[in-house]
Design a protein around this ligand. Structure first.
Ligand code: PAF
Length: 281
């Protein structure tokens, strides 16, 4: 497995794969790899001949007072996992390598990025778009894989790639869950035992709302109220940031639930801010 710390090392490795006629898949991550990331890597291996995993805790997507410093970092463990999974190359640049000077460019999709997570994390998706655009330009993959758990992120990135005629395919992998339904996330590590037990209530609340929609097709506003009630009942120590029923493509609040919708939530629980979603067709 190649380990690239610099852009020029990554470029050599990418050229090597190209000269061998290999297709390339990229799984962008911020490290602290868990089963959710492993599923992205396995999908990448199915989609292309040569798999690159990037590990970079991207400072431009963290706001002031967020957990940039506390974000879990375990590079040796991550590299072992990548070796075990048969990854071909890991790109793990330093912050100065990625941002040698303050970036003057912004990529913004305000109509999609200012709502849901973007409303409470201003600038977050501009940071995500910037780093993902840079990673796509550096690694030049045929396909990049992202998790459905970050539904707003992957929806925005798909649109960025389309709007900017970027030549990469975006592949979305299903959310990986614990046995009790909690979506895997590096931030689950912040939960105490009691919070961890309650956290499974988030998926139960999503499922209960999906069942209601399946049975009664209520107006989206009523479905969203049901979702909020279920979260408050099942996760009493949680504080809802948002719990909405939105259009799967535009992320605008849906009106009815007869067509496809996405149930999306973010809840503060102790030190963690947990997100999850469920698409209901
Ligand atoms: O989903 C993540 O881990 C990050 O937002 C990403 C896509 C790696 C960009 O830093």
């Amino acid at each position: 497995m190649e380990i690239c710390h610099t852009l020029s090392q990554m470029d050599d490795v990418r050229r090597g794969a190209g000269s061998r006629g290999q297709s390339v898949a990229l799984a962008p991550t911020m490290g602290a790899l868990h089963e959710g990331h492993f599923s992205l890597i396995r999908a990448a291996k199915d989609l292309a001949d040569f798999v690159v995993v990037s590990i970079f805790v991207n400072p431009t997507q963290f706001g002031p007072g967020e957990d940039l410093e506390a974000y879990p970092r375990m590079p040796e463990q991550d590299l072992d996992a990548c070796r075990r999974l048969g990854v071909d190359a890991v790109f793990m640049p330093s912050a100065p390598e990625m941002y040698p000077r303050e970036p003057a460019t912004r990529i913004e999709l305000p109509s999609m990025a200012d709502k849901l997570c973007g409303a409470s994390r201003p600038g977050h998706f501009a940071g995500v778009c910037l780093v993902v655009a840079k990673l796509l330009n550096i690694v030049r993959p045929d396909v990049a894989v992202f998790g459905q758990k970050d539904y707003q992120q992957v929806t925005i990135l798909r649109r960025m790639v389309e709007d900017l005629n970027m030549p990469h395919r975006i592949h979305t992998c299903p959310t990986v869950r614990e046995a009790d339904g909690l979506a895997l996330s590096s931030r689950n590590a912040y939960l105490t035992d009691q919070q961890r037990r309650q956290a499974s209530g988030l998926y139960a609340a999503l499922r209960s709302t999906a069942d209601l929609i399946g049975a009664e097709h209520p107006p989206a506003r009523e479905a969203a109220e049901h979702l909020r009630r279920e979260i408050n009942r099942r996760v009493p120590d949680g504080r809802i940031d948002y719990a909405r029923v939105v259009d799967p493509e535009t992320l605008v609040e849906a009106e009815d639930t007869r067509g496809p919708v996405v149930l999306a939530l973010a809840v503060h629980l102790g030190k963690a801010r947990l997100i999850d979603n469920l698409r209901v067709d």
